[in-house]
Design a binder for this molecule. Structure first.
Ligand code: 2P0
Length: 402
């Protein structure tokens, strides 16, 4: 190797997607290993609209591991970050000792610099930790030459992150073992399976969520007997029905299970003591709107789901997107001089009949929704080949425009 390239960092950049659960994860049986009390199932969203990008550089000249998130240096000693770093290095060492020549022995001892950015505001309440830890683990694995099953490591960063390791429709099988080795994500169907399915993120509020997921679910496990009933007696059957609905592209079953599961998750939040409220008046108006819309047509055309915040995520089919968005715009009139109301996949204009508006019959809530992101199911994490896209420069520090 020429002298001047010896200390040049080994740099890899990857992207990873957000996922939105249709059967929710809520509650752990092991806090450290992040093992859930029930299985869950999600749709991976397309990275053209929502993604995390992470660059990892490793070099002999780095003095310590360091991390920058959305332009700011953060503490590398965060326990979950440390778990992911430790587990990837452990796997790399194991591969090396098993004789895998793709694992570079010299890199194993090097420190890493990590730089990560989201292309969506963290405050929008989307699952940034899922995309973030999935991207971190996927990128670290490339730097250390590790391949194969990585969802068990992503899970130790954030539970829902294991589902962002795959595209399309993904289940996180809860597993039974105490060591968590069987608590892994698995693709149910790829993103190409159901091309008509569409996802609309209705951003209701830019406020931060009141109770974080990690502590919220801890209190729920400790105090909610509804959560125990849900995990033991409801979710197992729902997982089977949901997987079947996805295989069959049976939208009405998929949609009804999605809404019921979101409602039950929020019921367990109310059953938590003291109770946790993630839904607000805008969320409740979206719930009413969806049910009235479906009732008007006499079929389930649209479904809502809510995570640990007030934003609605809508699942529907391509043929209904234009009209439904027009309905949302009618009942949540946006600011006239504000930015773009609909972001993401283009949506054609549509006319809403008086009859439909009357059937829904709600009082409009001006500015209740700040914008809509129109997207669909998408692929799992990807390597970015273009070196110009690296977030870290050849000195191993964040480029100035990040
Ligand atoms: C889900 N959520 O299945 C559920 C539904 C929120 C509501 O996964 O403690 O950020 O890092 O494992 O993964 C949010 O929980 O929690 C979540 P940790 P995580 O998407």
């Amino acid at each position: 190797m020429p002298e001047d390239t010896v200390d040049k960092p080994n740099t890899v950049t990857c992207t990873a997607p957000v996922n939105i659960a249709v059967i929710k994860y809520w509650g752990k049986r092991d806090e450290e290993l992040i093992l859930p009390i029930n299985s869950s199932l999600s749709v991976t969203l397309h990275q053209d609209q929502l993604k995390t990008t992470t660059t990892v550089a490793s070099s002999r000249s780095f003095q310590e591991d360091r991390i920058w998130l959305n332009g700011k240096e953060e503490d590398i000693n965060h326990p979950r970050l440390q778990s992911c770093l430790r587990e990837i290095r452990r796997l790399a060492r194991k591969r090396r000792s098993d004789g895998d020549p793709s694992v570079d022995a010299t890199t194993l001892s090097h420190k890493v610099h990590i730089c990560s950015v989201n292309n969506f505001p963290t405050a929008a309440g989307l699952a940034s930790s899922a995309a973030g830890f999935a991207c971190l683990v996927y990128t670290l694995a490339r730097v250390f030459g590790v391949e194969g099953e990585l969802s068990g490591i992503a899970r130790q960063g954030s539970g829902s992150a294991c589902r962002s390791m795959y595209g399309g429709f993904v289940q996180w099988i809860m597993g039974q073992r105490d060591d968590g080795k069987d608590s892994l994500a698995q693709q149910v169907e790829p993103e190409t399976h159901w091309p008509e399915l569409r996802v609309l993120v209705l951003v209701a509020s830019a406020e931060r969520k009141p109770v974080g997921s990690t502590s919220g679910m801890q209190t729920s496990v400790q105090t909610s007997c509804l959560l125990k009933h849900r995990a033991e007696s409801v979710v197992p059957g729902r997982m089977e029905q949901m997987i079947e609905a996805v295989h069959e592209k049976d939208f009405s079953t998929f949609a009804e299970l999605t809404m019921k599961d979101s409602n039950q998750f929020h019921a367990t939040c109310l059953d938590t003591y003291p109770p946790i409220f993630y839904l607000n008046s805008v969320s409740r108006q979206v719930i009413s709107l969806v049910h009235q819309y479906n009732r008007h047509y006499g079929e389930t055309r649209v479904a809502y789901t809510f995570d640990a915040g007030p934003n609605a995520v809508i699942y529907t089919l391509q043929e209904h997107v234009a009209e439904f968005i027009q309905v949302v715009q009618h009942f949540f009139p946006p600011e006239t001089n504000g930015g773009q109301f609909i972001k993401g996949l283009p949506v054609r204009p549509a006319v809403v009949s008086q009859e439909l508006k009357q059937a829904i019959g709600l009082e409009p809530m001006p500015k209740g929704i700040s914008y809509i992101i129109s997207t669909k199911a998408g692929p799992g994490p990807r390597v970015v080949e273009d070196p110009d896209q690296h977030l870290l420069g050849s000195d191993g520090l964040p480029k100035r425009d990040i």
